[in-house]
Structures are given as structure tokens and as C-alpha cells.
Write a protein that binds this ligand. Sequence first.
Ligand SMILES: [Mg+2]
Length: 259
Amino acid sequence: MTLNLAQSLTEASPGSHPTVSCGCVAGDQVQWRGVDDPMPSGGVGTVVSVTESKVQVRFANHIRFCSPDEIVKVTSPVATPAPSCSLAVVFFDFDSTLSAPQYVHRANDYAVCDRIELCCSLTEDEVIANFGGSERLANLLDMLEYLEQGGVNLFIISLGFTRAISHHLGMVKLDRFFDSDRIYGQDSESFRQLRHKKASLIEQLLGENCWQKSQALFVDDDERNIGLCREMGACNVLHVRGHGLCKAEMDVIKAELER
Ligand SMILES: [Mg+2]
């Protein structure tokens, strides 16, 4: 073992998970199957770091640099939750949170997303208006980009129809921030099964993704949804006070990434 190799392994970034030909990543449990010296701990160790050609494994108190063919992976690492102070996920309401619904004279109605035919017929100009105009839309875009670049997972949970929400997002190219399976409308089966209780869906999604409640933020303008989330202790909340998120509230959400 040369000093240079030892140094390069030690200097491998602990936060990264490069792979080698054995398919191991840092944190994996591996079984020693080399032919020389028996290893302590029954030959089971934990991968400390990996490079293109070597794997650094801790066997009890003994660290060894192994070739990929000297070990076999036993288990994958248990998902390591991010530090509790970091923001991992934001659940947005849609109507009057992301959007700022407008009265549409030709339909004699407000463009809220439980009016599926009206919402799906909105032109680009009408959708921009329904997001509160170009300036507010630019602020929304800025916030969503900031969150996305910070690695935050973005969801929409709304009592409107999924297709009406998707029409809004697609028309102004905000759809790239929300995978279709991360938009829950009143017609989403799993949301319906929870009797449209947003806090219950949030708890379910946190559990499925191993996110801590302290890493999650729920943003909604409806006091009942916010109240239930508080009551159940599902996650942190931001109660939107006006007609859709204002710039100051968007800044508060962005600042959550820094706390
Ligand atoms: Mg709302």
C-alpha cells in the first residue's frame, strides 16, 4: 500500500458515493472473501470510502483497503436522513397559494381548480393572470428554482382537479418543478382514500420517503388545512395570509433552506 493511495482514499469526500466495480457505496455492509488473513467481526465490515480501484472497509477497529474482488456487498446503507435542520420537502396548496385565482368574465366564474372545464380552457394570458401576473410569476419561478437547486422535493396537494393544476403549470412552464406523481388533486386515489386530509397525506409521504417532519414545510392559505396539520403535528406550516403567496412569504420559504 503506497502512501499516495492511502491519502487519496482518506481524502475521498465523505458525502459523495462514487461506485466501483463491486457496486459498493460508502455505508454498505460487505463480507470479506479474500483468501489471506481472516478478518475480525466474522469478516463483515462497513465501507468507509471508495475510489475507482479500491474500497476502504472498516472491520471492527481494523481498516483495510480492499480490491473489489475481495469483498461482496451484504446490505445497502440504511437511508441516512439529512440533518434535521435542512429542508427536504415542501408541500404547496395550489389555489390562492401558488395561484392567485382571478374572476373570468367570459365564464362568469373564478378560475379555481375545482372548475375543471374553465381551468382547462384558460389561455396563456389568462393563466398568467391567474398566477397574479408576470411579476408574481417571475417571483414564483425564482423561488421554485432556488428550492430545486437546494435539492428540495416539491409537491402540490390541492382540493382542485389534477388536470386543471397541470394545465396551469404546463402553460407557463412551471411543470418542470413538479413531477406528475407529485401533484395530488381531489381526484388522486391515495388522497381520496385519506378523505382529502392534507395532513394525513403529508404524514404518509414523509413516511414513504424517510423524511423527518422537521425537514418538511406545508404551505396553504386555508386555516382548516393549516390547523389540522398543526393539530396532528405533521410538519412545519406556513399560513398564506393574502391572495396567493406574496414575495415576502416566498422569501420566508427560501430562507428555510438556510436555517
Ligand atoms: Mg387554497
